[in-house]
Design a protein around this ligand. Structure first.
Ligand code: CO
Length: 507
């Protein structure tokens, strides 16, 4: 079939970050990634996503790999194609808010080490939480992409998202991304949203769409977005796609045939990347997500597939394996009480954990400190009205006052303090990069610095011998973070509750 291509659709390849984060808990080591770089770099992608919170975390926690060294390696091997990272705004790659100077230094260092495109999001879509990083990225001349964390609720209309896009444009972002971390953007919604944003912001502001494949409908959403004027879509090489991952790159390219839309991506190169990863992903079989097919229940709970199996494990550990259905029904109710926050790191973990506690211990009998903070504005302003009764409980439980300011405005300068704590750690190399590793992962960084000299580990299993090359001291955990102890307050008394965390791979 011959049709003239009237418009080129760009592609961001996710194989090196979100794909293995979603499918094998972010465990792929650098030695299994480098072999694909030449073909990836030559293929003609708009960008290659290769860095973010979970990859950084997994590098220092499980792979004994310096995440900055990984980034420099990618830059060396892929000099032509822009490298992209996912940044949690004021949270950087960690789980708390950082003072502005730390945020700025992180952005400068990431640019210096090789990041070209920064996709910057806030879980609550509170744009005050991304202002500092957008400004810092623009200051060093890199591409600042403002993000809309997509969610579905009675208040999340096309008009509300279009308004957010306009405000991102006013902030001076270089492009906008609609980020659907749970695969819940249905085809018509994708069409309406892309059309609405394009009309409001004008044809010159680039619009990207990130979707997962979990619900089975989003390949059609990509097509509708293309028809509505999207500039770039995110896909993953087929051998690292589907399930809780993404739509396959090759399928997307093939789908466009005869539509008048085309891509600049060289299918021959892409097929080489495909065969490369066949054998690589095989090594990580034990980390493979249990969700391999389609999950349409996500439309209701909005819980990303990767989080579901972890929640099941968590309930089983509490002897409540039969309560999963109750928890899945509780999540939308808790989310409503928060004013319909989108569920993405860290709000997904906060809402999910609170729903588990509500089911196991009674309706808001116990509040986690994080949930109370969310209700009181310490993560930022949420999209809708919060349940005043639950806000009152949060005040009572924590003796804290609700805030309306930008949360980072409450923080004092902290760079020098972080530096003075990091530098004496055995193995710390004295660089700002190491200080940032310590700032974001204060528990894990000291252990990592101390044994970094041993070099990267491969936690995969040799498919021929079945022998794991993993360091014997490492635990085989299916989650990124260790158990979390929450300080919870019941009737004025503080208790410690330990829960296995959910998989943070929800982005
Ligand atoms: Co994602």
């Amino acid at each position: 079939m011959e049709t003239t291509v009237q418009r080129i659709i760009d592609i961001t390849e996710l194989a090196l970050r979100d794909a293995h984060q979603s499918l094998i808990a972010t465990r792929m080591g650098i030695e299994d990634l480098t072999g694909a770089c030449r073909d990836l770099d030559e293929a003609g992608y708009w960008s290659i996503e290769c860095w973010g919170g979970a990859t950084y975390d997994a590098c220092i926690r499980y792979l004994n790999e310096d995440p900055w060294e990984r980034l420099r390696t990618f830059k060396r091997l892929m000099p032509k194609t822009p490298l992209q990272m996912l940044l949690r705004g004021q949270n950087l790659l960690g789980y708390r808010h950082y003072q502005d100077e730390v945020v700025e230094r992180f952005c400068y260092k990431s640019a210096e080490n090789g990041v070209d495109v920064f996709r910057i999001f806030d879980a609550l879509n509170d744009l005050r939480n991304i202002e500092t990083s957008v400004r810092a990225v623009r200051k060093v001349g890199r591409h600042a992409q403002g993000t809309i964390s997509y969610t579905v609720s009675p208040i999340h209309t096309v008009a509300l998202f279009v308004d957010q896009a306009k405000r991102l444009q006013d902030m001076g972002v270089d492009s906008i991304c609609i980020k659907d971390m749970a695969a819940i953007i249905k085809p018509q919604s994708a069409y309406d949203l892309v059309k609405g944003i394009k009309e409001a912001c004008g044809p010159d502001l680039r619009l990207h769409l990130h979707v997962h494949a979990t619900t089975g409908v989003t390949m059609v959403s990509l097509m509708k977005a293309v028809e509505a004027g999207v500039d770039c879509v995110d896909t993953a090489i087929s051998t690292m796609s589907l399930g809780p991952g993404h739509n396959p790159t090759e399928s997307f390219i093939e789908m466009l045939e005869g539509t008048g839309f085309g891509t600049m991506v060289d299918l021959e190169r892409v097929l080489r990347v495909k065969s490369y990863f066949v054998s690589k992903i095989e090594r990580y079989r034990e980390f493979l997500s249990k969700v391999t097919g389609v999950e349409t229940e996500i439309f209701k709970s909005q819980i990303p597939g990767g989080m579901l199996s972890n929640m099941e494990n968590q309930l089983r550990q509490q002897g409540a394996g039969d309560r999963l259905k109750d928890v899945l029904e509780e999540i939308p109710l808790v989310r409503k009480d928060t004013g319909y926050v989108p569920l993405v790191t860290p709000s997904s973990q906060i809402v999910g954990t609170q729903a588990v506690l509500n089911v196991l211990m009674g309706h808001y009998k116990v509040l986690t400190g994080e949930f109370a903070d969310l209700m009181l504005g310490y993560y930022g302003a949420g999209p809708g009205e919060k349940n005043p009764e639950v806000v009152r409980m949060a005040i009572e439980h924590t003796h804290k006052e609700p805030i309306t300011c930008r949360p980072a405005d409450l923080l004092k300068p902290e760079w020098e303090k972080l530096r003075s704590e990091a530098l004496p750690l055995p193995g710390c190399n004295g660089t700002d990069e190491d200080v940032l590793t310590y700032a974001m992962f204060p528990q894990v960084a000291p252990k990592f610095f101390a044994r970094r000299h041993e070099g990267p580990l491969n936690v995969g299993t040799d498919p021929l011998t079945g022998v794991s090359e993993m360091h014997p001291a490492e635990g085989h955990q299916g989650v990124i973070t260790g158990p979390i102890t929450y300080a919870v307050t019941v009737s004025g008394m503080e208790h410690k509750v330990t829960v296995a965390p959910f998989n943070p791979s929800t982005t």
